[in-house]
Every structure is written in structure tokens, then in C-alpha cells.
Design a protein around this ligand. Structure first.
Ligand code: F0G
Length: 450
């Protein structure tokens, strides 16, 4: 059989919410043309993020009922710790309420003014937490990442030669750690090869710099290695993931992605002295070390999710489903970041809407049009989010895990192609008001007059 099917059946359903075109026009106007400002009940298909939006399994819900809510020494913590250790091999496992809490604890201990933290591409929260501690976050993606149309495998890789040059220029003592984000979210959801992690490991070991994984989408990354990297076809996703973690000195993790949890995260290290400092900070701001800001039931959901996400049938379906969306729009003329990534498809809005100048936010214009036409929510990753320093004008369609079915994906393909057919009529936007920081969440826009 050739058809790849959803490897689950559905026991509990949530109704979708329809709106009319006239209602959507009014909703957009009231929201200041900012999709973050729209109520979820006015969205038909929500592709704002794949974070915390997964559908949990019967096993996860069952485990939640076993949640031990003891303040100290909860059984749920030990199940969580065992699950994380079996996967990552790290000695110290520190639970946090989500990924950025792990980042904050790690960077506030390791980073000082004058420090530099390189990565293949930092996610916004890692960059912000590094900069908040006075250090500089530097992105070192491979050259192919600059061209959205280049169909290169492992386009999420770190430029290891550039890393070596940076270490020579800055001095190893000013680089407290190197991070590799798997998959590379800000770089189009592209995977990182095992060979690249190994090469980075070789450089960081030589300079005695710790190597960390920002491991949010480790399972999707493992599947790409299995599928596309020579020598890994016969390994299980779990074996590949274990090898990835074995090359690192520690990791940060948001369980809201590849653990199918609605909340949660963790921070790992093999360094006992560092773990002690991290634990002390954890107690100060997150909670006692056996719950770290989570309920016992949340720890249970993560423990089970980490097992389920590595099932080959799930990962094959997941990556195929994202690629199906990508190929069906790209092969009919919609410019996406090639090749399709793991958790999302990114449309190159500047390329699709060349008549809208960057100062008039082509990604935002496309996001608004897709909602107006089909009730679909996506997110601009371009000049609205990053200002003039944005490398690309992208629209991200992030796919929640196990939530939407093939017919939803077909609906998305149809909607995007219809928007593409009348792309020349789409107009740009200007900002009416914006806050001082992180303007994409609350800025208000108005359409530019033709
Ligand atoms: N690292 C990466 C690569 C991420 O994608 C995210 C979150 C985080 C860290 C932070 O984790 O949200 O649990 O604090 N990404 C979400 C997204 C928000 O939509 O891409 P968190």
C-alpha cells in the first residue's frame, strides 16, 4: 500500500468554527489586521504555532490521571526523569514550565556581558534570553540557507567553518556554549545532519566549549536523518535521537513541541556543579526540583509523549503530511522555503508578492488575505516580527501535531492556491500603532490605499 495514513483514530472531537466573509472582514478590522488579536473561536484552521497545540493520546490522558501532585518527591517526577534520561542519557534532568524557562536559567548562569553564543539559528526566545544577560547571540547558518529556493538536504546545518573562525576571532573563553537548534525553526524548519552535529562536537571539544542542543523538534530531526543521511536508514528514530543527544553536553527542551504536551519543558546537563546552580535558580523562580513549575500530571504527559513521538509510523506520517502541503502548493507556483521542513511550511511572501515592497509587509498582507479568504490563521516571520533586520519575508504555516486530517490539508492547499491566483490584487499594510518591544503581538495595521 502506498497511502500514508494518520496513525491514529479519533475518540474525542472539537467542532470547527465557521465565519462568513462579511464577519471576517469585520473581525480583521477590529483586530487591527493583526491575527494575534483574533479570538480562537473566530478561526477555522489555526496554523499560528505547533507549540502546545498537540492532541494528546489516550495513553497520555490515562497517565495524567496517575499524576502524583506531591510537592516533593512526586512519583510523576521520577517517571518523567526516567523517560528523559532513557532518551537523552544526560545525568541531570531539571523540569521547567516551558522551553524559555530552561533557557533563562541556563543563560543567566553561563552568559555575561562580552560573551558570544553561536547557533545555527537562534529562536527568538533563546536570542532574547542571551541578550537579556548582556551576551551576543550570533547565527551561523550554512550559506544555502540564504536562498529559499535551494533544494538542499540538511539546510538547517551550522556553518562549522564559520564557527571555527568565530572562536579564533573572539577567543574560546568568551564563548560559554554553542547551541544547535534541531530542527532549525527560524531557518525554515530545516533539519540538521548527524555529520554536522559531529563536526560541531569536534570543534567545541577541541576548544573545551560545551555544546547544547535546543532540542524542541528532536524527533522530526531524527526522522530526516533516517530518511536522508547515508548510513542511518536502518536505525530506529530512538537510536538516532540518542546519538544526537550523546554528542551534546546538555540541552534545553520545550515539551510543547515533540512531546505532544500542552505545557512543559526541561534543562539537562552532565555537569554536576552547573546542575546545582541551575537547581538553586529553579527553586527561586520555577519551583521545587521535582516539579519545576509543572503539575505532576503535566510531567506524566511529557513522559508518555516522549515515547510516542519516536514511533516510526507517526514520524513517517508527520513528515509526509507537511511535505504534501508544501509540494502541492510549491509545484503549482507558490514559492515556499525549499525543501519542506518538519513542523511547518514557510511561504516566501516577498517572492510571491513582488509588487508589495518590504516596508509594506508582504508576509502580513498574505497572512491577512489567507484569513480573509479561508479563515486560516498563520504567522508572519519577516519585517513585522524582526524589523529591518529580517533576512526574509516569510509566512509560516505551522502544523499542530495529530490535530488536523488529510482533508484539512487539502482544504489548505485549495485555499492557498486560490489566494495565489489573485495575488496581484493583494495590497500592502502600514502600521498604525506599535509597542516598544515584540511589536508583532499587538501592533495595529491598516491597508495601504492603491
Ligand atoms: N526553541 C525553539 C526552537 C522554539 O521553536 C521555541 C518555541 C522555543 C525554543 C521556546 O519554547 O515556547 O516552550 O518557551 N517556539 C514556538 C513557535 C513558540 O511557535 O515556534 P517555549
Amino acid at each position: 500500500m502506498r497511502t500514508i495514513i494518520e496513525p491514529f483514530r479519533i475518540k474525542s472531537v472539537e467542532p470547527l468554527h465557521w465565519t462568513t466573509p462579511a464577519q471576517r472582514e469585520q473581525i480583521l478590522e477590529q483586530a487591527g489586521y493583526n491575527l494575534f488579536q483574533i479570538r480562537a473561536s473566530d478561526i477555522l484552521i489555526d496554523l499560528l504555532t505547533d507549540s502546545g497545540t498537540s492532541a494528546m493520546s489516550t495513553e497520555q490522558w490515562a497517565a495524567m490521571m496517575r499524576g502524583d501532585e506531591s510537592y516533593a518527591g512526586s512519583e510523576s517526577f521520577y517517571r518523567f526523569e526516567q523517560s528523559v534520561r532513557a532518551l537523552t542519557g544526560f545525568r541531570h534532568v531539571i523540569p521547567t514550565h516551558q522551553g524559555r524557562a530552561a533557557e533563562r536559567i541556563l543563560f543567566s548562569i553561563l552568559c555575561q556581558p562580552g560573551h558570544v553564543v553561536p547557533s545555527n539559528t537562534h529562536f527568538d526566545t533563546t536570542r532574547a534570553n542571551i541578550e537579556f544577560n548582556g551576551a551576543r547571540a550570533v547565527d551561523l547558518p550554512v550559506a544555502a540557507a540564504r536562498d529559499t529556493q535551494a533544494r538542499v538536504a540538511f539546510k538547517g546545518n551550522l556553518d562549522v567553518e564559520a564557527l571555527e573562525r568565530l572562536i579564533q576571532a573572539e577567543g574560546a573563553d568568551r564563548i560559554p556554549l554553542v547551541m544547535i537548534t534541531v530542527t532549525n525553526n527560524s531557518g525554515g524548519g530545516q533539519p540538521v545532519s548527524m555529520a554536522n552535529i559531529q563536526a560541531a562536537r569536534e570543534v567545541t571539544s577541541r576548544h573545551r566549549i560545551p555544546l547544547y542542543l535546543d532540542a524542541c523538534r528532536f524527533a522530526e530531526n531524527a526522522w530526516f536523518i533516517k530518511r536522508d543521511e547515508p548510513g542511518y536508514g536502518d536505525f530506529t528514530p530512538r537510536e538516532i535521537a540518542q546519538r544526537m543527544f550523546a554528542l551534546a553536553d546538555g540541552c534545553t527542551f520545550s515539551a510543547k513541541k515533540d512531546a505532544f504536551a500542552n505545557i512543559g519543558g526541561f534543562l539537562c546537563t552532565n555537569n554536576s556543579r552547573l546542575a546545582e546552580q541551575e537547581t538553586n535558580l529553579l527553586i527561586l523562580t520555577e519551583g521545587f526540583p521535582t516539579y519545576g513549575g509543572l503539575a505532576g500530571r503535566d510531567l506524566e504527559a511529557v513522559a508518555v509523549g516522549l515515547e510516542e513521538v519516536l514511533q516510526p509510523e507517526y514520524l513517517e506520517y508527520r513528515i509526509a503530511s507537511t511535505a504534501y502541503l508544501g509540494r502541492h502548493i510549491a509545484d503549482r507556483g507558490v514559492p515556499i522555503v525549499e525543501p519542506p521542513g518538519g513542523h511547518a511550511i514557510y511561504i516566501d511572501a516577498a517572492r510571491m508578492l513582488p509588487h508589495i515592497q518590504r516596508a509594506q509587509f508582504p508576509g502580513q498582507a498574505l497572512a491577512v488575505e489567507l484569513y480573509r479568504h479561508a479563515g486560516v490563521r498563520s504567522v508572519e516571520i519577516g519585517s513585522v516580527m524582526f524589523g529591518a533586520s529580517a533576512p526574509h519575508e516569510l509566512l509560516r504555516l505551522a502544523i499542530p501535531r495529530r490535530v488536523y486530517t488529510q482533508s484539512h490539508v487539502d482544504y489548505l492547499v485549495e485555499a492557498i492556491l486560490e489566494v495565489n491566483d489573485r495575488r496581484e490584487s493583494i495590497r500592502g499594510f502600514e502600521i498604525v500603532s506599535e509597542p516598544q518591544f515584540l511589536r508583532h503581538f499587538t501592533a495595529r495595521f491598516r491597508p495601504v490605499r492603491a
